[in-house]
Structures are given as C-alpha cells and as structure tokens.
Design a protein around this ligand. Structure first.
Ligand code: PMP
Length: 300
C-alpha cells in the first residue's frame, strides 16, 4: 500500500505515509468506531478523474452522521484533497481510501467530539480478480439493521465481512454470499449481488445492504439499456431459476459469478447482461462514454 515515497493526507497535512500513524489508545482501534470509503480514480482522456467523488463523500458524511462521529471537511474539500494526494503520488488509476477515526485516547463508550482524517491512495487491480467467482452462502448473516446502521460504511461492520470471507475461502470458495436476518440474499462481504433471469436483473432492496454506488451506477446503466431491474427480496433457492449472476463494488468493479454452492449458472459472464454492463461501466469510468445519470466530479 505504500513505499518510502508515498504521501498520505493526515489531519490537515500531506505526510510520508510511513509516518501517518495513530496511537494504540485510540477509541476507533478498540471499538471499530470509524468510518471509511472506497473510491477509484481513472485515467480518462480529460486527465485523472475520481469516479462519483461527490456520492462517495456524501456517503462518508452520512456514515459519520449515523454513528455520531464528527467530520470537519466538506465534500468539496475532501474531493480537492483527494486529487492532491493522487497528484503528489503521481497516480492516475488508483484506489482512494478516506478513513475518519477517533484517534484521541478514549476508552469510554461515548461518541467522540473530535475526529481524525486520513486519505491514502494506492494502485489496486480489480479486488476480486477477473475470473468468474464461485460463491458459497455464508453461515454468517449480515448484521441486523436494528443493531447497527448497516447502510453506513463503519469500520466495525467489516469484522462480519472478514470472518465471512475467510470462512468461505477456508471451504475452498472464492468469496462468501451473505443472507440477511430474514434469510434473504443480501450481499457479499465487500460487494453487492445481482442475478439475471429472463433478460431482467434482480438485486436485494435497500434495508440490509450497503447501498453501493456501483450498484446504483449499474442500475442506471441497465435501465438506460432498456433492461428491467427489480429491487426485491429473494431467497438462495430462487437462484436456481437464474441464468447468470454478478457482483458490483468500487474495488471489485463488475465481476461475474460462476456458481453459488451447487447452483451453476448456465450463461458465461461474457454472454450475460452483467458482462455487457461491465463493458458499459468500464467505458463510463474511463471517460469513453457518458451516461445520463452517472456523474463525474470535476477536477479542481
Ligand atoms: N457492500 C459492501 C458490504 C461493501 O463493502 C461494498 C464496498 N464499498 C459494497 C457493497 C459496494 O459498494 P460500492 O459500490 O459503493 O463500492
């Protein structure tokens, strides 16, 4: 993630990444009380462009609000700083990781009154690779939305993601697929899930998933292409009627799913709606195509 030349933004300053540290008495470290984002910048004909910077930084603000963590920077400031971190590291195609954390020594369970901000960048290929994945239904459920604000991207929620992903890989699968508290398919540990049936797409509705920005982009692109998208609850059993499936996320982009446990999808990703939309997504983020709804933040 960094070398001796890497620069990160920490609390108002651009510092060598190896010196961007936090104390072991930080409240966030003990309780997972932090908020983060995963954003990508792409090399486009018009230069480096952060894809949907505004949406990501609005979600960062929303996540902070959900857990009562202050965030002193506006969406515009966060975007400007992100471009600057990219520039100082000479990166065009990169992953951007903003982290808001409570770094002050504090062992209480009271919401922090101040916060720290890190913005780190690094080169990151497609998080889950290029090959269609073999998924397995996880024995771990997604957190109950009545226990934690599941639509917020909170550090502590990712303990669920880590244990589910590790458990799936331990059984020889590529990744986990998690159900919600009612037994409906929710999402992967770090990506949303879609399946195709009779030329239409299905994905879990909001409520017990992270409302992915890639998910929204794919829904927009599908509808622009005249494809019906249903946001509705479905059980793992229903996947037997699906002909293809894929997952979406900023880090993973759009990735095909070959199977979920013993359900093997008949269509290859390349010949599925997901495969077609992956092409549209790539064209959009790299500035080769425009979409009515999918916006780019202006470079500042
Ligand atoms: N669900 C979870 C649990 C995630 O961590 C992510 C990655 N942020 C997503 C879905 C996809 O969200 P996005 O498309 O905004 O990256």
């Amino acid at each position: 993630y960094f070398t001796s030349n890497t620069v990160a933004f920490l609390d108002g300053e651009f510092v060598p990444a190896e010196r961007a540290t936090c104390g072991v008495y930080a409240q966030s470290l003990h309780y997972g009380y932090s908020v983060f984002e995963g954003i990508r910048a792409y090399n486009t004909p018009a230069g480096t462009r952060i894809f949907k910077a505004e949406e990501h930084y609005e979600r960062l603000h929303y996540s902070c609000k959900c857990i009562g963590l202050p965030l002193e920077y506006s969406v515009e400031e966060l975007t400007r700083i992100s471009y600057e971190v990219l520039k100082r590291n000479n990166l065009n195609d990169a992953y951007i990781r903003p982290l808001v954390f409570a770094g002050t020594p504090n062992m209480s369970l009271k919401a922090a009154t101040t916060s720290n901000l890190l913005i780190a960048v690094w080169e990151w290929g497609k998080y889950l690779g290029d090959q269609s994945l073999r998924l397995t239904i996880s024995p771990y459920e997604r957190p109950n939305p009545k226990a934690v604000p599941i639509e917020a991207k909170v550090g502590g929620h990712y303990v669920n993601s880590i244990i589910a992903s590790t458990e799936a890989k331990g059984r020889g699968y590529d990744e986990a697929l998690l159900l919600d508290m009612n037994g409906y398919v929710a999402e992967g540990p770090g990506a949303n899930f879609f399946f195709e049936r009779d030329g239409e797409l299905y994905t879990a509705p909001q409520g017990s998933i992270l409302r992915g920005i890639t998910r929204n982009t794919i829904i927009d692109l599908a509808r622009e292409a005249g494809i019906t998208v249903h946001e509705k609850f479905f059980t793992p059993e229903e996947l037997r009627t699906a002909s293809a499936a894929f997952m979406t996320g900023t880090a993973a982009e759009v990735i095909g799913i070959a199977s979920v446990d013993d359900v093997v999808f008949e269509k290859s990703f390349q010949h599925s709606i997901g495969g077609m939309l992956a092409g549209h997504y790539h064209a959009l983020v790299t500035g080769q195509a425009v979409s009515r709804n999918a916006s780019f933040a202006e470079q500042r």
